[in-house]
Design a binder for this molecule. Structure first.
Ligand SMILES: Nc1ncnc2c1ncn2[C@@H]1O[C@H](COP(=O)(O)OP(=O)(O)OP(=O)(O)O)[C@@H](O)[C@H]1O
Ligand SMILES: [Mg+2]
Length: 573
Protein backbone atom coordinates (compact mmCIF):
# COMPACT_ATOMS: atom_id res chain seq x y z
CA UNK A 1 0.00 0.00 0.00
CA UNK A 2 1.33 3.34 -1.10
CA UNK A 3 0.55 4.97 2.26
CA UNK A 4 3.11 2.75 3.95
CA UNK A 5 5.82 3.38 1.36
CA UNK A 6 7.71 5.74 3.63
CA UNK A 7 8.13 3.06 6.26
CA UNK A 8 10.99 1.83 4.07
CA UNK A 9 12.93 4.91 5.07
CA UNK A 10 12.92 3.69 8.66
CA UNK A 11 14.03 0.15 7.88
CA UNK A 12 16.83 0.34 10.43
CA UNK A 13 14.68 1.46 13.36
CA UNK A 14 11.98 -1.04 12.44
CA UNK A 15 14.45 -3.95 12.24
CA UNK A 16 15.77 -2.88 15.62
CA UNK A 17 12.24 -2.89 17.06
CA UNK A 18 11.54 -6.31 15.59
CA UNK A 19 14.80 -7.76 16.89
CA UNK A 20 14.29 -6.34 20.37
CA UNK A 21 10.72 -7.61 20.48
CA UNK A 22 11.84 -10.99 19.31
CA UNK A 23 14.47 -11.13 22.05
CA UNK A 24 11.90 -10.05 24.61
CA UNK A 25 9.46 -12.79 23.59
CA UNK A 26 12.24 -15.36 23.58
CA UNK A 27 13.13 -14.40 27.15
CA UNK A 28 9.52 -14.77 28.22
CA UNK A 29 9.36 -18.21 26.61
CA UNK A 30 12.28 -19.42 28.67
CA UNK A 31 10.97 -18.32 32.05
CA UNK A 32 8.31 -21.06 32.53
CA UNK A 33 10.93 -23.73 31.76
CA UNK A 34 13.09 -22.54 34.63
CA UNK A 35 10.11 -22.32 36.90
CA UNK A 36 9.03 -25.87 36.13
CA UNK A 37 12.55 -27.11 36.83
CA UNK A 38 12.61 -25.26 40.16
CA UNK A 39 9.45 -27.14 41.14
CA UNK A 40 10.23 -30.54 39.67
CA UNK A 41 13.93 -30.71 40.55
CA UNK A 42 14.56 -28.08 43.23
CA UNK A 43 11.47 -28.42 45.42
CA UNK A 44 10.90 -32.13 44.92
CA UNK A 45 14.55 -32.93 45.86
CA UNK A 46 14.79 -30.09 48.38
CA UNK A 47 17.84 -28.81 46.46
CA UNK A 48 18.20 -25.24 47.79
CA UNK A 49 21.33 -24.26 45.77
CA UNK A 50 19.56 -25.38 42.57
CA UNK A 51 16.50 -23.27 43.45
CA UNK A 52 18.68 -20.22 44.14
CA UNK A 53 20.68 -20.66 40.97
CA UNK A 54 17.65 -21.09 38.71
CA UNK A 55 15.83 -18.27 40.53
CA UNK A 56 18.87 -16.03 39.91
CA UNK A 57 18.81 -16.85 36.19
CA UNK A 58 15.07 -16.04 36.12
CA UNK A 59 15.69 -12.65 37.73
CA UNK A 60 18.45 -11.81 35.24
CA UNK A 61 16.24 -12.84 32.29
CA UNK A 62 13.38 -10.76 33.69
CA UNK A 63 15.53 -7.65 34.11
CA UNK A 64 16.90 -8.07 30.61
CA UNK A 65 13.42 -8.48 29.13
CA UNK A 66 12.24 -5.32 30.90
CA UNK A 67 15.11 -3.31 29.43
CA UNK A 68 14.62 -4.83 25.99
CA UNK A 69 10.88 -4.27 26.08
CA UNK A 70 11.28 -0.60 27.11
CA UNK A 71 13.72 0.06 24.27
CA UNK A 72 11.43 -1.68 21.79
CA UNK A 73 8.54 0.52 22.93
CA UNK A 74 10.65 3.65 22.56
CA UNK A 75 11.89 2.85 19.07
CA UNK A 76 8.52 1.71 17.78
CA UNK A 77 7.00 5.01 18.95
CA UNK A 78 9.83 6.84 17.23
CA UNK A 79 9.30 4.98 13.96
CA UNK A 80 5.53 5.63 14.06
CA UNK A 81 5.97 9.36 14.77
CA UNK A 82 8.58 9.84 12.03
CA UNK A 83 6.35 7.99 9.63
CA UNK A 84 3.26 10.10 10.39
CA UNK A 85 5.31 13.28 10.14
CA UNK A 86 6.37 12.27 6.62
CA UNK A 87 2.83 11.40 5.69
CA UNK A 88 1.62 14.84 6.77
CA UNK A 89 4.37 16.48 4.72
CA UNK A 90 3.31 14.39 1.76
CA UNK A 91 -0.33 15.43 1.99
CA UNK A 92 0.58 19.06 2.55
CA UNK A 93 2.85 19.13 -0.50
CA UNK A 94 0.24 17.41 -2.59
CA UNK A 95 -2.45 19.90 -1.59
CA UNK A 96 -0.02 22.70 -2.35
CA UNK A 97 0.28 21.43 -5.93
CA UNK A 98 -3.46 21.08 -6.42
CA UNK A 99 -5.47 23.46 -8.53
CA UNK A 100 -8.48 25.21 -7.00
CA UNK A 101 -10.80 22.71 -8.70
CA UNK A 102 -8.92 19.84 -7.08
CA UNK A 103 -9.21 21.21 -3.56
CA UNK A 104 -12.90 21.82 -4.14
CA UNK A 105 -13.34 18.15 -5.05
CA UNK A 106 -12.05 17.07 -1.64
CA UNK A 107 -13.31 20.04 0.34
CA UNK A 108 -11.10 21.99 2.72
CA UNK A 109 -12.62 20.43 5.87
CA UNK A 110 -12.07 16.95 4.56
CA UNK A 111 -8.47 17.75 3.68
CA UNK A 112 -7.93 18.96 7.23
CA UNK A 113 -9.52 15.82 8.75
CA UNK A 114 -7.39 13.69 6.48
CA UNK A 115 -4.19 15.42 7.55
CA UNK A 116 -4.98 15.29 11.26
CA UNK A 117 -7.42 12.56 12.24
CA UNK A 118 -6.76 10.05 9.46
CA UNK A 119 -2.99 10.34 9.67
CA UNK A 120 -3.37 9.97 13.46
CA UNK A 121 -5.29 6.72 12.96
CA UNK A 122 -2.61 5.36 10.65
CA UNK A 123 0.09 6.38 13.10
CA UNK A 124 -1.76 4.41 15.81
CA UNK A 125 -1.92 1.39 13.54
CA UNK A 126 1.82 1.47 12.96
CA UNK A 127 2.50 2.07 16.63
CA UNK A 128 0.18 -0.69 17.82
CA UNK A 129 1.21 -3.30 15.31
CA UNK A 130 4.99 -3.04 15.00
CA UNK A 131 5.72 -4.99 18.16
CA UNK A 132 2.81 -7.46 18.08
CA UNK A 133 3.84 -8.27 14.52
CA UNK A 134 7.06 -9.80 15.80
CA UNK A 135 5.75 -10.89 19.16
CA UNK A 136 2.45 -12.61 18.36
CA UNK A 137 3.72 -15.22 15.87
CA UNK A 138 6.61 -16.09 18.16
CA UNK A 139 4.29 -16.42 21.14
CA UNK A 140 1.91 -18.65 19.20
CA UNK A 141 4.54 -20.85 17.59
CA UNK A 142 6.84 -20.85 20.62
CA UNK A 143 4.02 -21.49 23.10
CA UNK A 144 2.60 -24.22 20.93
CA UNK A 145 5.87 -26.08 20.43
CA UNK A 146 6.79 -25.77 24.11
CA UNK A 147 3.45 -27.16 25.19
CA UNK A 148 3.65 -29.92 22.58
CA UNK A 149 7.07 -30.80 23.96
CA UNK A 150 5.57 -31.05 27.45
CA UNK A 151 2.40 -32.96 26.67
CA UNK A 152 0.82 -33.69 23.28
CA UNK A 153 -2.65 -34.79 24.42
CA UNK A 154 -3.08 -31.85 26.74
CA UNK A 155 -2.15 -29.50 23.88
CA UNK A 156 -4.84 -31.02 21.69
CA UNK A 157 -7.41 -30.21 24.38
CA UNK A 158 -6.54 -26.54 24.01
CA UNK A 159 -6.44 -26.52 20.22
CA UNK A 160 -10.15 -27.38 20.13
CA UNK A 161 -10.83 -23.76 21.22
CA UNK A 162 -9.17 -22.23 18.16
CA UNK A 163 -11.89 -22.70 15.51
CA UNK A 164 -14.38 -21.08 17.91
CA UNK A 165 -12.12 -18.09 18.39
CA UNK A 166 -11.64 -17.66 14.65
CA UNK A 167 -15.43 -17.93 14.18
CA UNK A 168 -16.18 -15.12 16.63
CA UNK A 169 -13.59 -12.91 15.06
CA UNK A 170 -14.98 -13.43 11.57
CA UNK A 171 -18.54 -12.77 12.69
CA UNK A 172 -17.76 -9.51 14.46
CA UNK A 173 -15.58 -8.19 11.67
CA UNK A 174 -18.21 -8.87 9.04
CA UNK A 175 -20.70 -6.68 10.85
CA UNK A 176 -18.29 -3.84 11.53
CA UNK A 177 -15.97 -3.29 8.57
CA UNK A 178 -18.46 -1.69 6.13
CA UNK A 179 -19.29 1.09 8.60
CA UNK A 180 -15.87 2.62 9.08
CA UNK A 181 -15.90 4.72 5.88
CA UNK A 182 -19.33 6.04 6.94
CA UNK A 183 -17.90 7.01 10.32
CA UNK A 184 -15.09 9.03 8.73
CA UNK A 185 -17.55 10.77 6.40
CA UNK A 186 -19.63 11.79 9.41
CA UNK A 187 -16.55 13.18 11.05
CA UNK A 188 -15.90 15.21 7.89
CA UNK A 189 -19.39 16.63 8.02
CA UNK A 190 -18.99 17.59 11.65
CA UNK A 191 -15.75 19.38 10.84
CA UNK A 192 -17.33 21.14 7.91
CA UNK A 193 -20.19 22.41 10.05
CA UNK A 194 -17.85 23.49 12.80
CA UNK A 195 -15.63 25.35 10.36
CA UNK A 196 -18.58 27.08 8.75
CA UNK A 197 -19.98 27.92 12.13
CA UNK A 198 -16.74 29.55 13.25
CA UNK A 199 -16.08 31.48 10.05
CA UNK A 200 -19.66 32.60 9.80
CA UNK A 201 -20.05 33.44 13.46
CA UNK A 202 -20.90 37.08 12.87
CA UNK A 203 -23.55 36.25 10.29
CA UNK A 204 -25.13 33.64 12.54
CA UNK A 205 -25.28 36.01 15.49
CA UNK A 206 -26.47 38.97 13.49
CA UNK A 207 -29.38 36.95 12.15
CA UNK A 208 -30.00 35.30 15.53
CA UNK A 209 -29.65 31.83 14.09
CA UNK A 210 -27.64 30.40 16.98
CA UNK A 211 -30.29 27.92 18.01
CA UNK A 212 -30.80 26.63 14.49
CA UNK A 213 -27.04 26.26 13.91
CA UNK A 214 -26.70 24.46 17.20
CA UNK A 215 -29.41 22.03 16.24
CA UNK A 216 -27.76 21.23 12.90
CA UNK A 217 -24.40 20.69 14.56
CA UNK A 218 -25.87 18.62 17.38
CA UNK A 219 -27.63 16.39 14.93
CA UNK A 220 -24.42 15.74 12.99
CA UNK A 221 -22.55 15.17 16.21
CA UNK A 222 -25.22 12.79 17.50
CA UNK A 223 -25.12 10.75 14.29
CA UNK A 224 -21.35 10.41 14.55
CA UNK A 225 -21.62 9.46 18.21
CA UNK A 226 -24.24 6.76 17.62
CA UNK A 227 -22.31 4.99 14.91
CA UNK A 228 -19.05 5.34 16.78
CA UNK A 229 -20.65 3.82 19.87
CA UNK A 230 -22.15 0.92 17.92
CA UNK A 231 -18.88 0.05 16.22
CA UNK A 232 -16.82 0.29 19.37
CA UNK A 233 -19.37 -1.76 21.29
CA UNK A 234 -19.17 -4.50 18.70
CA UNK A 235 -15.41 -4.43 18.69
CA UNK A 236 -15.30 -4.36 22.48
CA UNK A 237 -17.04 -7.74 22.64
CA UNK A 238 -14.07 -9.44 21.02
CA UNK A 239 -11.59 -9.13 23.84
CA UNK A 240 -13.73 -10.40 26.74
CA UNK A 241 -14.91 -13.31 24.60
CA UNK A 242 -11.33 -14.22 23.83
CA UNK A 243 -10.36 -13.98 27.48
CA UNK A 244 -13.36 -16.12 28.37
CA UNK A 245 -12.15 -18.79 25.98
CA UNK A 246 -8.66 -18.54 27.41
CA UNK A 247 -9.99 -19.12 30.91
CA UNK A 248 -12.14 -22.05 29.82
CA UNK A 249 -9.08 -23.53 28.14
CA UNK A 250 -7.08 -23.13 31.37
CA UNK A 251 -9.83 -24.82 33.40
CA UNK A 252 -9.82 -27.69 30.92
CA UNK A 253 -6.04 -27.93 31.16
CA UNK A 254 -6.16 -28.01 34.96
CA UNK A 255 -8.93 -30.59 34.91
CA UNK A 256 -7.24 -32.95 32.44
CA UNK A 257 -3.75 -32.03 33.60
CA UNK A 258 -4.43 -33.06 37.19
CA UNK A 259 -5.49 -36.48 35.91
CA UNK A 260 -2.27 -36.76 33.91
CA UNK A 261 -0.34 -35.78 37.05
CA UNK A 262 -2.03 -38.59 38.95
CA UNK A 263 -1.24 -41.03 36.16
CA UNK A 264 2.31 -39.65 36.26
CA UNK A 265 2.55 -38.68 32.59
CA UNK A 266 3.27 -35.08 33.56
CA UNK A 267 4.98 -33.52 36.56
CA UNK A 268 3.41 -30.76 38.65
CA UNK A 269 6.03 -28.16 37.62
CA UNK A 270 5.57 -29.10 33.98
CA UNK A 271 1.83 -28.58 34.32
CA UNK A 272 2.46 -25.11 35.76
CA UNK A 273 4.74 -24.28 32.85
CA UNK A 274 2.21 -25.74 30.46
CA UNK A 275 -0.49 -23.36 31.71
CA UNK A 276 1.87 -20.42 31.18
CA UNK A 277 2.68 -21.53 27.64
CA UNK A 278 -0.98 -21.94 26.83
CA UNK A 279 -1.63 -18.44 28.19
CA UNK A 280 1.21 -17.08 26.08
CA UNK A 281 -0.07 -18.83 22.98
CA UNK A 282 -3.62 -17.57 23.42
CA UNK A 283 -2.50 -14.06 24.29
CA UNK A 284 -0.50 -14.10 21.04
CA UNK A 285 -3.73 -14.98 19.34
CA UNK A 286 -5.62 -12.20 21.13
CA UNK A 287 -2.89 -9.78 20.11
CA UNK A 288 -3.27 -10.78 16.46
CA UNK A 289 -7.04 -10.49 16.63
CA UNK A 290 -6.72 -7.04 18.18
CA UNK A 291 -4.55 -6.03 15.26
CA UNK A 292 -7.17 -7.43 12.96
CA UNK A 293 -9.78 -5.17 14.54
CA UNK A 294 -7.43 -2.23 14.21
CA UNK A 295 -7.08 -2.75 10.48
CA UNK A 296 -10.68 -2.08 9.41
CA UNK A 297 -10.82 0.79 11.86
CA UNK A 298 -7.86 2.26 10.02
CA UNK A 299 -8.65 1.05 6.53
CA UNK A 300 -11.06 3.92 5.94
CA UNK A 301 -8.34 6.35 6.97
CA UNK A 302 -5.75 4.60 4.81
CA UNK A 303 -8.08 4.85 1.86
CA UNK A 304 -8.77 8.54 2.47
CA UNK A 305 -5.11 9.44 2.79
CA UNK A 306 -4.29 7.34 -0.24
CA UNK A 307 -6.91 9.20 -2.25
CA UNK A 308 -5.08 12.44 -1.59
CA UNK A 309 -1.51 11.30 -2.13
CA UNK A 310 -2.30 9.37 -5.30
CA UNK A 311 -4.53 12.09 -6.70
CA UNK A 312 -3.33 12.85 -10.22
CA UNK A 313 -2.13 16.41 -10.18
CA UNK A 314 -3.13 18.35 -13.20
CA UNK A 315 0.00 20.41 -13.67
CA UNK A 316 -0.72 23.95 -14.69
CA UNK A 317 1.41 25.67 -17.27
CA UNK A 318 3.85 24.24 -19.79
CA UNK A 319 7.56 24.35 -20.59
CA UNK A 320 7.79 27.64 -22.35
CA UNK A 321 10.05 30.22 -20.70
CA UNK A 322 8.68 33.70 -20.36
CA UNK A 323 12.11 35.33 -20.89
CA UNK A 324 11.69 38.64 -19.16
CA UNK A 325 8.82 40.95 -18.32
CA UNK A 326 5.29 40.68 -19.63
CA UNK A 327 5.08 42.92 -22.70
CA UNK A 328 1.75 42.02 -24.19
CA UNK A 329 -1.51 40.25 -23.46
CA UNK A 330 -3.79 39.19 -26.26
CA UNK A 331 -7.14 37.43 -26.09
CA UNK A 332 -8.79 35.86 -29.12
CA UNK A 333 -12.30 34.50 -28.66
CA UNK A 334 -11.28 33.74 -25.10
CA UNK A 335 -13.98 31.64 -23.43
CA UNK A 336 -14.02 30.08 -20.01
CA UNK A 337 -16.47 27.82 -18.23
CA UNK A 338 -16.12 26.91 -14.58
CA UNK A 339 -16.34 23.17 -14.06
CA UNK A 340 -20.01 22.08 -13.81
CA UNK A 341 -21.24 25.56 -14.77
CA UNK A 342 -23.67 25.67 -17.69
CA UNK A 343 -23.06 29.30 -18.49
CA UNK A 344 -19.65 30.63 -19.60
CA UNK A 345 -18.10 33.06 -17.11
CA UNK A 346 -16.16 34.61 -19.99
CA UNK A 347 -17.65 34.51 -23.45
CA UNK A 348 -15.50 35.09 -26.58
CA UNK A 349 -13.36 37.97 -25.38
CA UNK A 350 -11.06 39.79 -27.83
CA UNK A 351 -8.59 42.41 -26.65
CA UNK A 352 -4.95 43.45 -26.57
CA UNK A 353 -2.92 45.11 -23.82
CA UNK A 354 0.68 46.34 -24.09
CA UNK A 355 3.41 47.28 -21.62
CA UNK A 356 2.93 50.77 -20.20
CA UNK A 357 -0.84 50.60 -20.44
CA UNK A 358 -3.26 50.86 -17.58
CA UNK A 359 -6.56 49.06 -17.97
CA UNK A 360 -9.71 49.45 -15.94
CA UNK A 361 -12.33 46.73 -15.88
CA UNK A 362 -15.87 47.57 -14.90
CA UNK A 363 -19.12 45.64 -15.05
CA UNK A 364 -21.97 44.30 -12.99
CA UNK A 365 -21.57 41.75 -10.28
CA UNK A 366 -20.88 38.27 -11.68
CA UNK A 367 -19.86 39.68 -15.07
CA UNK A 368 -16.51 37.82 -15.08
CA UNK A 369 -14.04 40.47 -13.90
CA UNK A 370 -12.35 38.36 -11.23
CA UNK A 371 -12.40 35.35 -13.52
CA UNK A 372 -10.37 37.18 -16.16
CA UNK A 373 -7.67 37.99 -13.62
CA UNK A 374 -7.63 34.38 -12.43
CA UNK A 375 -7.04 33.20 -15.97
CA UNK A 376 -4.06 35.55 -16.27
CA UNK A 377 -2.64 33.91 -13.14
CA UNK A 378 -3.10 30.40 -14.58
CA UNK A 379 -5.49 29.53 -11.75
CA UNK A 380 -7.64 28.16 -14.54
CA UNK A 381 -7.04 27.44 -18.21
CA UNK A 382 -9.14 28.86 -21.07
CA UNK A 383 -11.90 26.51 -22.18
CA UNK A 384 -11.63 27.66 -25.78
CA UNK A 385 -10.07 30.49 -27.75
CA UNK A 386 -6.62 31.73 -26.80
CA UNK A 387 -5.05 33.97 -24.24
CA UNK A 388 -1.51 34.90 -25.19
CA UNK A 389 1.22 36.42 -23.07
CA UNK A 390 4.17 37.76 -25.10
CA UNK A 391 2.67 35.97 -28.13
CA UNK A 392 2.68 32.57 -26.42
CA UNK A 393 -0.48 30.70 -25.36
CA UNK A 394 -0.73 31.12 -21.60
CA UNK A 395 -1.13 27.41 -20.88
CA UNK A 396 2.29 26.63 -22.35
CA UNK A 397 4.16 29.11 -20.16
CA UNK A 398 5.96 27.89 -17.06
CA UNK A 399 3.66 28.68 -14.14
CA UNK A 400 6.39 29.80 -11.79
CA UNK A 401 7.93 32.21 -14.29
CA UNK A 402 4.55 33.66 -15.18
CA UNK A 403 3.50 34.26 -11.59
CA UNK A 404 6.90 35.73 -10.80
CA UNK A 405 6.06 38.54 -13.19
CA UNK A 406 2.67 39.23 -11.63
CA UNK A 407 1.63 41.04 -8.49
CA UNK A 408 -1.95 40.23 -7.57
CA UNK A 409 -4.32 41.73 -5.08
CA UNK A 410 -7.30 39.39 -4.77
CA UNK A 411 -10.82 40.59 -4.15
CA UNK A 412 -10.90 38.69 -0.89
CA UNK A 413 -7.98 39.97 1.10
CA UNK A 414 -6.09 37.59 3.29
CA UNK A 415 -3.13 38.09 5.60
CA UNK A 416 -1.05 35.58 7.51
CA UNK A 417 -0.69 35.75 11.27
CA UNK A 418 2.63 37.54 11.22
CA UNK A 419 4.10 41.02 11.60
CA UNK A 420 3.38 43.73 9.04
CA UNK A 421 6.94 43.24 7.78
CA UNK A 422 6.43 39.49 7.43
CA UNK A 423 3.24 40.00 5.49
CA UNK A 424 4.76 42.60 3.20
CA UNK A 425 7.72 40.33 2.52
CA UNK A 426 5.32 37.61 1.55
CA UNK A 427 5.16 39.21 -1.87
CA UNK A 428 8.88 39.95 -1.99
CA UNK A 429 11.18 38.38 0.53
CA UNK A 430 13.99 40.79 -0.32
CA UNK A 431 11.94 43.92 0.34
CA UNK A 432 13.91 46.18 2.72
CA UNK A 433 12.31 48.08 5.60
CA UNK A 434 12.82 51.31 3.67
CA UNK A 435 11.00 49.97 0.66
CA UNK A 436 8.15 48.58 2.72
CA UNK A 437 7.71 51.90 4.53
CA UNK A 438 7.74 53.62 1.17
CA UNK A 439 5.02 51.33 -0.26
CA UNK A 440 2.97 51.70 2.91
CA UNK A 441 3.11 55.44 2.35
CA UNK A 442 2.03 55.08 -1.27
CA UNK A 443 -0.88 52.93 -0.09
CA UNK A 444 -1.90 55.81 2.21
CA UNK A 445 -1.55 53.87 5.45
CA UNK A 446 -0.12 56.81 7.38
CA UNK A 447 -3.57 57.63 8.73
CA UNK A 448 -3.45 54.53 10.94
CA UNK A 449 0.26 53.60 11.02
CA UNK A 450 3.08 55.74 12.33
CA UNK A 451 5.42 55.37 9.37
CA UNK A 452 8.13 57.57 10.85
CA UNK A 453 9.09 54.76 13.21
CA UNK A 454 10.43 51.48 11.81
CA UNK A 455 9.01 49.66 14.79
CA UNK A 456 5.61 49.90 13.14
CA UNK A 457 6.70 47.00 10.91
CA UNK A 458 6.80 44.71 13.96
CA UNK A 459 3.12 45.25 14.60
CA UNK A 460 1.20 42.00 14.31
CA UNK A 461 -1.62 41.20 11.91
CA UNK A 462 -3.95 38.59 13.39
CA UNK A 463 -6.38 36.05 12.00
CA UNK A 464 -6.35 36.99 8.33
CA UNK A 465 -6.30 40.70 9.18
CA UNK A 466 -9.18 40.85 11.66
CA UNK A 467 -7.47 43.50 13.79
CA UNK A 468 -7.71 46.04 10.99
CA UNK A 469 -10.78 47.64 9.46
CA UNK A 470 -11.90 46.76 5.94
CA UNK A 471 -10.41 49.92 4.44
CA UNK A 472 -7.19 49.54 6.41
CA UNK A 473 -6.87 45.97 5.19
CA UNK A 474 -7.24 47.13 1.61
CA UNK A 475 -4.48 49.67 2.01
CA UNK A 476 -2.15 47.13 3.63
CA UNK A 477 -2.90 44.73 0.79
CA UNK A 478 -2.13 47.42 -1.76
CA UNK A 479 1.23 48.01 -0.07
CA UNK A 480 1.89 44.28 -0.20
CA UNK A 481 1.13 44.16 -3.92
CA UNK A 482 3.38 47.16 -4.55
CA UNK A 483 6.27 45.61 -2.61
CA UNK A 484 6.68 43.09 -5.38
CA UNK A 485 8.70 43.83 -8.52
CA UNK A 486 6.47 42.67 -11.33
CA UNK A 487 5.59 43.65 -14.87
CA UNK A 488 1.87 42.99 -14.50
CA UNK A 489 -0.16 44.35 -11.59
CA UNK A 490 -3.65 43.00 -11.01
CA UNK A 491 -5.91 44.78 -8.54
CA UNK A 492 -9.28 43.11 -8.05
CA UNK A 493 -11.73 45.58 -6.62
CA UNK A 494 -9.03 46.85 -4.31
CA UNK A 495 -10.15 50.43 -3.94
CA UNK A 496 -13.82 50.06 -3.09
CA UNK A 497 -13.42 50.62 0.65
CA UNK A 498 -11.28 53.72 0.21
CA UNK A 499 -12.84 57.13 0.51
CA UNK A 500 -12.78 59.21 -2.65
CA UNK A 501 -9.91 61.44 -1.58
CA UNK A 502 -7.62 58.54 -0.68
CA UNK A 503 -8.65 56.71 -3.81
CA UNK A 504 -7.70 59.77 -5.86
CA UNK A 505 -4.29 60.27 -4.22
CA UNK A 506 -3.50 56.61 -4.44
CA UNK A 507 -4.32 56.40 -8.13
CA UNK A 508 -2.13 59.37 -8.87
CA UNK A 509 0.81 57.76 -7.09
CA UNK A 510 0.21 54.40 -8.71
CA UNK A 511 0.11 56.01 -12.08
CA UNK A 512 3.63 57.40 -11.74
CA UNK A 513 5.04 54.35 -9.96
CA UNK A 514 3.71 51.76 -12.41
CA UNK A 515 4.33 53.78 -15.56
CA UNK A 516 6.13 51.16 -17.67
CA UNK A 517 4.19 48.19 -16.37
CA UNK A 518 0.81 46.78 -17.23
CA UNK A 519 -1.75 47.64 -14.58
CA UNK A 520 -5.20 46.10 -14.60
CA UNK A 521 -7.63 47.48 -12.08
CA UNK A 522 -11.05 45.97 -11.52
CA UNK A 523 -13.32 48.57 -10.03
CA UNK A 524 -16.89 49.17 -9.03
CA UNK A 525 -16.58 52.93 -9.32
CA UNK A 526 -16.17 54.80 -12.55
CA UNK A 527 -14.11 57.39 -10.66
CA UNK A 528 -11.43 54.79 -9.91
CA UNK A 529 -10.74 53.98 -13.55
CA UNK A 530 -11.74 57.09 -15.46
CA UNK A 531 -8.11 58.06 -16.15
CA UNK A 532 -7.01 54.65 -17.34
CA UNK A 533 -5.65 54.28 -20.88
CA UNK A 534 -8.30 51.67 -21.66
CA UNK A 535 -11.50 50.65 -19.97
CA UNK A 536 -13.10 47.25 -20.55
CA UNK A 537 -16.83 47.01 -19.95
CA UNK A 538 -17.91 43.47 -19.10
CA UNK A 539 -21.50 42.37 -19.10
CA UNK A 540 -22.55 38.82 -18.33
CA UNK A 541 -19.19 37.38 -19.44
CA UNK A 542 -19.01 39.40 -22.64
CA UNK A 543 -16.75 42.31 -23.45
CA UNK A 544 -19.27 44.93 -24.55
CA UNK A 545 -17.00 47.93 -24.75
CA UNK A 546 -13.34 49.00 -24.91
CA UNK A 547 -12.19 52.60 -24.87
CA UNK A 548 -11.30 55.62 -22.81
CA UNK A 549 -13.70 57.12 -20.31
CA UNK A 550 -14.77 59.84 -22.70
CA UNK A 551 -15.23 57.50 -25.65
CA UNK A 552 -17.28 55.05 -23.65
CA UNK A 553 -19.35 57.78 -22.10
CA UNK A 554 -20.24 58.90 -25.60
CA UNK A 555 -20.89 55.56 -27.29
CA UNK A 556 -21.39 52.77 -24.75
CA UNK A 557 -24.85 52.37 -23.31
CA UNK A 558 -23.92 50.12 -20.42
CA UNK A 559 -21.03 52.39 -19.41
CA UNK A 560 -23.30 55.39 -19.57
CA UNK A 561 -25.79 53.65 -17.29
CA UNK A 562 -23.10 52.79 -14.76
CA UNK A 563 -21.69 56.32 -14.84
CA UNK A 564 -25.07 57.97 -14.48
CA UNK A 565 -26.11 55.63 -11.65
CA UNK A 566 -23.00 56.77 -9.79
CA UNK A 567 -23.70 60.46 -10.34
CA UNK A 568 -20.46 60.65 -12.31
CA UNK A 569 -20.71 64.38 -12.96
CA UNK A 570 -20.30 65.22 -9.28
CA UNK A 571 -17.29 62.98 -8.63
CA UNK A 572 -13.91 64.60 -7.93
CA UNK A 573 -11.45 64.24 -10.78
N1 LIG B 1 -15.38 28.87 -8.42
C1 LIG B 1 -16.46 29.05 -9.19
N2 LIG B 1 -17.18 28.00 -9.60
C2 LIG B 1 -18.25 28.14 -10.40
N3 LIG B 1 -18.69 29.32 -10.86
C3 LIG B 1 -18.02 30.42 -10.48
C4 LIG B 1 -16.87 30.35 -9.62
N4 LIG B 1 -16.42 31.61 -9.43
C5 LIG B 1 -17.26 32.42 -10.12
N5 LIG B 1 -18.22 31.73 -10.75
C6 LIG B 1 -19.25 32.27 -11.64
O1 LIG B 1 -18.63 32.93 -12.72
C7 LIG B 1 -19.25 34.16 -13.00
C8 LIG B 1 -18.25 35.29 -12.97
O2 LIG B 1 -17.75 35.44 -11.66
P1 LIG B 1 -16.65 36.51 -11.25
O3 LIG B 1 -16.21 36.21 -9.88
O4 LIG B 1 -15.64 36.59 -12.30
O5 LIG B 1 -17.53 37.83 -11.24
P2 LIG B 1 -17.09 39.33 -10.93
O6 LIG B 1 -17.32 40.11 -12.18
O7 LIG B 1 -15.74 39.37 -10.34
O8 LIG B 1 -18.18 39.75 -9.87
P3 LIG B 1 -18.04 40.73 -8.59
O9 LIG B 1 -18.10 42.13 -9.07
O10 LIG B 1 -19.24 40.40 -7.80
O11 LIG B 1 -16.78 40.40 -7.92
C9 LIG B 1 -20.38 34.32 -12.01
O12 LIG B 1 -21.57 34.01 -12.66
C10 LIG B 1 -20.10 33.29 -10.92
O13 LIG B 1 -21.28 32.73 -10.46
MG1 LIG C 1 -15.04 39.72 -8.55
Amino acid sequence: MIVFEDLKKYKKIISLVLTLTFANALGELFLPRYMSKIVDIGIVNNDIPYILKSGGVMIVITILTIIVRGSAAYYSAKAAMLFSRDLRYKIFNKVNDMTFDDTEIFGISSLITRTTNDVGNIEQLVLMSLRPLARAPLMIIGGLSMSLAIHVQLTLVVLIAFPFLAGILYYVMKGVIPYFPVLQARLDRMNLLFRQRLTGLQVTRAFSNDAQEEEIFNEASQKHYELNLKLNKDLATIRPLMVLFLNIAIIAVIYFGSRFVLSNTIQIGQLMAFIQYITQMLSGFIMLSYMLTLLPRTSASIHRVEEVITYPIHKTGGNHSLDGPIQSIKAMDLTFNYPYANHPALDQLNFEIFAGESVGIIGGTGSGKSTLLKLLLQFYEPTSGTLEINHCPIQSIKTKELRQEISYLPQQIFFFSDSIRGNMQYSNKYATDERILNELATAQTQSFLNLSDKKVLDQEIYRGGANFSGGQRQRLAIARALSRDASLYLFDDSFSALDFRTDYHLRKKLHSQLKNKITIIVAQRVATIRQMDKIFVLNDGRLVGVGTHDELLKHNKIYQEIAISQGEEGVAK
